[in-house]
Design a protein around this ligand. Structure first.
Ligand SMILES: Cc1ncc(COP(=O)(O)O)c(C=O)c1O
Length: 365
């Protein structure tokens, strides 16, 4: 079976985790946490990195840092992973969803202004599957309407927009280091920001609002701390991030070349102003492919290739109180029904990609 994604743990991961165990520094108090925060934020060109225990926690802390009045609205893409919307609701805010751009699958920037009201306070830009959003346009809209911008860069480690790294393009940027991410800590997350005040507030809120005097807590906080053992894995991964990103881009190069002439399959794009890191290599199964997306997933599994369907749109999620769920979202609905992503581990070989593509071609009717 070719798995949809596996971590690549071939550097100093074992050495650094062993060091934590040998020295007894296994909780969140430990030098790997600080080193990982410093190295990852430096790599992205941002001054402060605040680690936490997941990308969802990172989004929640970022929203809490902004001290937005409860009941305010936050613009998010309709086509995203559920965490983006959950975090808005954790913070007592209302998600307002915007359909996807049919080419990049990111938030359709041309539709954002229509959804802004006097209650809107922030926009979350999600770099879907590793393709950066058009951040100049988003930041311009935000500036005109006095809104904060958060990047959800959970899927876009090492990606670039006009030569600048994702994570450095907004007020606060959130990353996930779950096992299938381009760099992993097992479970984990980080928020990057050039605003020292935001960084201190997120550290405080994510550490159960501990301060001096100890055991007096002025506000509700959360235990969102990253353990030293996870940060040890993260540090070893940052050391090899360029190689891991290259692995993803090589996969895309091979898939693009081999799939480009297959009728009925739409491939992911890389706009001229970005470096797409293809966290997951996604394709759309068009009607003229001859069999449905669900059948393709089922048949590929029988042939030993694991895939995943695309995210299901937010306006159709029973758990999400989208204010504008009755608007029309044709692009995200199509992506949700017809998209899937193919095996995308950084260490996938060209021979494996060839094998996967042959199996896809054998399904065409
Ligand atoms: C766009 C996006 N945001 C947030 C998250 C949440 O990250 P985590 O699973 O680390 O909580 C993910 C995770 O896959 C994601 O893809």
């Amino acid at each position: 079976m070719i798995p949809v994604c596996e971590p690549t743990l071939k550097g100093n991961e074992l050495k650094y985790v062993s060091d934590c165990i040998k020295t007894g520094w296994v909780s969140s108090v430990g030098s790997y946490v600080t080193k990982f925060e410093e190295e990852f934020s430096k790599y992205c060109g941002v001054q402060n990195g605040v680690s936490c225990n997941g990308g969802t926690a990172a989004l929640h802390l970022a929203l809490e840092a902004l001290k937005i009045k409860p009941g305010s609205e936050v613009i998010i893409p309709n086509f995203t992973m559920i965490s983006t919307a959950f975090a808005v609701q954790y913070a007592g805010l209302k998600p307002v969803v915007v359909d996807a751009n049919p080419k990049t699958w990111n938030i359709d920037v041309s539709q954002i202004e229509d959804k802004i009201t006097d209650k809107t306070k922030a926009i979350i830009a999600v770099h879907i599957y590793g393709h950066p959003c058009d951040m100049d346009e988003i930041n311009k809209i935000a500036k005109d309407h006095n809104l904060f911008v958060i990047e959800d860069a959970a899927e876009a480690h090492g990606a670039e927009y006009k030569g600048r790294k994702t994570g450095s393009l907004s007020d606060l940027a959130c990353f996930s280091f779950y096992g299938n991410k381009i760099i992993t800590t097992g479970e984990g997350g980080m928020i990057l920001t050039n605003n020292k005040e935001f960084a201190e507030r997120m550290e405080y809120l994510g550490n159960l609002t501990f301060k001096k005097p100890r055991y007096i807590h002025d506000e509700i906080g959360w235990n969102y701390r990253m353990p030293n053992t996870n940060a040890a894995i993260g540090l070893a991964q940052v050391e090899r991030i360029e190689e891991l990103v290259k692995g993803r881009r090589d996969n895309a190069k091979w898939y693009n070349e081999l799939l480009k002439d297959v009728d009925g399959i739409t491939l992911p794009v890389e706009q001229s102003y970005v470096k797409n890191v293809y966290w997951m290599y996604g394709i759309i199964i068009e009607d003229n492919f001859g069999i449905t997306r669900d059948k393709v997933i089922e048949k590929l599994l029988e042939l030993g290739v694991q895939t995943r369907p695309f995210f299901w749109p937010m306006h159709l999620q029973p758990s999400i109180n989208t204010k504008n769920k009755d608007d029309s979202f044709p692009v995200s609905e199509k992506l949700g029904k017809q998209g899937l992503y193919l095996p995308s581990s950084s260490h996938l070989t060209k021979e494996q990609v060839e094998e996967i593509v042959e199996k896809i071609k054998s399904l065409k009717k």
